[in-house]
Design a protein around this ligand. Structure first.
Ligand code: ADP
Ligand code: MG
Length: 483
């Protein structure tokens, strides 16, 4: 293992979120719909039907390119990639070849720069469903997915471990969510990976023969599949075998990759410009306008959080992971520091601890996103202020927060209803203390004679009687009374 370098390049397919399909007006919202109910002559490839490019899909594709630090090809066009498969009714897929929408980019995965070779726009295929009907094994075709916009992001072979492959895939997933062009719902196969894996003697310039593992649809499977494949190749080389260029599939139930087809030479797709589609020409101004719609991206947000809030890298990564969480955190922090007239840097840690702790816990427990949370930053800030003013203990505040999540009520009402307010009122505490002192005269005289432990005893007695007393206030009043 130590004598070999691992070389990985990923091809990632991402379905872009649009109303209609890539080249026709059929609904792109196909998931879970009745088979073959989202189709028209174009996506069924009926003779004479013509494609028309979906502008929204191209704008989304440009956003993807920009988010991946790519150069955008102002002039780009579609090509036909010919191959036969039952789920591809035209006998070719409309894709991009030599003039893809975006090229030469990179993403940072931790400290490492993974270069992006290109991102090209294409269309998804239909879906084969293998079933048994009255004892016969049959294959059915659902064309609802046929023609749904797809972007393929091709990395350079810069990835050096299964874990890094997973982290790279997660970074792309995060970027897609940030820019809002795709749902990237893994369960609905909105994002799929092909992993190209090879090994070579350590330090060797020339790359080894690659094996492509197709159609992986989870981060965990991606990591497992690459690990398996690396180990398989090492074993093969060790026993004097040659790696053959082939396509393999990950079989989760077996925990291994199995050969699907070998390609001695890559297939001849006979790419040529699609004569039915005019080339696209975006001028720089249009691209500039699209660029302006991009939100602050994760890397920039991370640096800003480091500078502004002095949180540690782990805390920042948790906050920045989902931009809605980051926004909720910042909105709370803004209101909180403004009402108190204290700098954001000083209050960041408190808010961050709450977000990472209780807020995240509740989101996980309910399986919801932060934008579905009934608690707004403004009402949450009120709770933080109550803690600062000692009106509720930190422990009780957690209970108040749970109630806020459940009912959407304001904290003020909840602490009244649930009687969670700490008693800090000196008069009220004073009466209780006097009662306790009267009932425990021995302890009082012991304390006065110098027995310190009697103080703790009396303190405990008062705490028990004055339910919900603020311990700090109580300690002070008790000391005063015993003087
Ligand atoms: P193909 O023409 O077979 O599709 P490409 O050169 O387009 O091959 O590369 C496809 C993907 O495979 C890219 O992500 C690339 O980084 C990766 N790749 C290419 N050569 C290797 C290799 N020897 N080992 C691992 N990955 C590779
Ligand atoms: Mg390829």
């Amino acid at each position: 293992m130590n004598n070999y370098d691992i070389v990985i390049g990923l091809e990632i397919h991402v379905q872009l979120k649009t109303e209609s399909k890539m080249f026709c007006s059929s609904s792109a919202n196909y998931f879970g719909e009745k088979p073959n109910s989202r189709v028209c002559p174009t996506c069924l490839a009926l003779p004479g039907a013509l494609p028309v490019t979906n502008r929204q899909a191209m704008e989304n594709a440009i956003k993807v390119g920009l988010a991946l630090n790519c150069k955008i090809n102002n002039f780009n066009r579609f090509d036909r990639k010919s191959y036969f498969y039952p789920d591809l009714p035209k006998g070719f897929q409309i894709s991009q070849f030599d003039l893809p929408v975006a090229k030469d980019g990179f993403v940072m995965v931790g400290e490492r720069k993974i270069r992006i070779n290109r991102a090209h726009q294409e269309e998804d295929t239909g879906k084969l469903i293998h079933q048994e009907i009255v004892g016969d094994k049959v294959s059915l075709i659902d064309f609802n997915r046929s023609g749904v916009p797809l972007i393929e992001i091709v990395s350079e072979p810069d990835i050096t471990s299964a874990e890094e492959a997973k982290n790279y895939a997660k970074k792309i997933h995060q970027l897609m969510r940030y820019i809002g062009v795709a749902d990237v719902d893994m369960e609905k196969a909105g994002m799929r990976f092909d992993a190209n894996v090879s090994i070579k003697p350590k330090g060797e310039k020339e790359l080894g023969t690659k094996v492509e593992i197709k159609n992986i649809n989870s981060f965990t499977f991606l990591e497992k599949a690459v690990n398996f494949e690396v180990a398989r190749q090492l074993r093969a080389i060790d026993s004097g075998e040659k790696i053959i260029q082939e396509t393999r599939g990950w079989i989760e139930s077996k925990g291994e990759t199995v050969s699907q087809r070998t390609k001695e030479t890559s297939p001849d797709y006979r790419y040529f410009p699609d004569p039915d589609l005019p080339p696209l020409n975006f001028d720089s101004e249009e691209i500039e306008t699209i660029a302006k719609t991009l939100p602050e991206l994760p890397d920039a947000k991370t640096s800003r959080f480091e500078q502004d809030y002095h949180l540690n890298p782990y805390e920042i990564s948790v906050l920045v992971e989902d931009q809605n969480v980051a926004n909720w955190f910042e909105e709370t922090l803004n209101i909180y520091s403004k009402t108190q007239g204290i700098s954001k840097t000083e209050k960041a840690k408190i808010v961050s601890n709450w977000v990472q702790g209780e807020v995240m816990r509740v989101l996980k427990e309910l399986g919801i996103s932060i934008w579905e949370l009934k608690v707004e930053p403004a009402s949450f800030t009120e709770l933080l202020l109550m803690i600062d003013k000692n009106r509720v203990s930190k422990q009780a505040a957690k209970q108040v927060f749970s109630e806020m999540v459940r009912t959407g009520e304001m904290p003020e009402k909840i602490i009244k209803d649930l009687k969670l307010e700490q008693v800090s009122d000196v008069l009220e505490l004073g009466t209780t203390i006097e009662e306790v002192l009267a009932d425990n005269q021995k302890a009082v005289s012991d304390y006065k004679a110098g027995k310190d432990s009697s103080f703790d005893f009396l303190f405990g007695q008062v705490m028990r009687r004055a339910k919900g007393a603020n311990p700090t206030a109580l300690r002070e009043v008790l000391k005063e009374k015993l003087k």
